[in-house]
Ligand binder design. Sequence first.
Ligand SMILES: [Ca+2]
Ligand SMILES: [Ca+2]
Ligand SMILES: [Ca+2]
Length: 239
Amino acid sequence: MQRTFHRWRLLFAASSAFGAGSVCHAGPDPSGDALSNPPPLAQQVSMDLNRAWAVATPLFGTTLYVQLRFDQRLRAPSEAAAAPNNLAWTARAATGFVEFDLDDNAATGQAARQNAMSPPFTFSPLGIDGWFDLTVESTTPGLGLFVLPNGWPGGAGGPIAVESELRYCYRSIVALVDLSGVPGAMFDLFQPPQFTAIIGNPLNMTDALNTAGFVGYIPSPGGAALFLVAAGAIARRRR
Ligand SMILES: [Ca+2]
Ligand SMILES: [Ca+2]
Ligand SMILES: [Ca+2]
């Protein structure tokens, strides 16, 4: 347990450094703006998103780092699914979607799920070409799914789904998404794609990013080293 704790501290340190740098762009969100849960969770905590990061580095050109940060303790959806009568766990089982406008073109892709909460949150004009689906973690513990819908440029046939890694701790959801099957527009340094997110628990969505974030990049060796720390922490925890 102690070793696991230290790994998360390393991960938080890396994440904080991402946030402090000019190359990493976050989608900030106020604390305290989450919607209430309906019964039977009405008296329980609603998932309240605090900040979202999406970072890529050219040194790992097919890997995207995603972090969603909360002001509260989290449970994995799979934990809640295993204890259906524990309402406190269900209320804190963070789930939802991180949605990417991969080609930075609102005319391609589909409307953001985030718009289901607009108003009261800002309407997102993004054309969503791919999304990271956290909801599947309820049946595949520790794993999310990156999904590309039909019709995205370069995609042929059915949707492309790349299995990715998802881990939970008290305050963050972090994921390393393998985008090896995704065309290269994601990593155009001069046209960083935007993203948004809608988050909740298994009963309903309770919060969304109020403003879109941009996928950041880590071109420097120091930034790449921090990226390695985060990747290593996730990889060790997976074993
Ligand atoms: Ca919030
Ligand atoms: Ca698009
Ligand atoms: Ca919000």
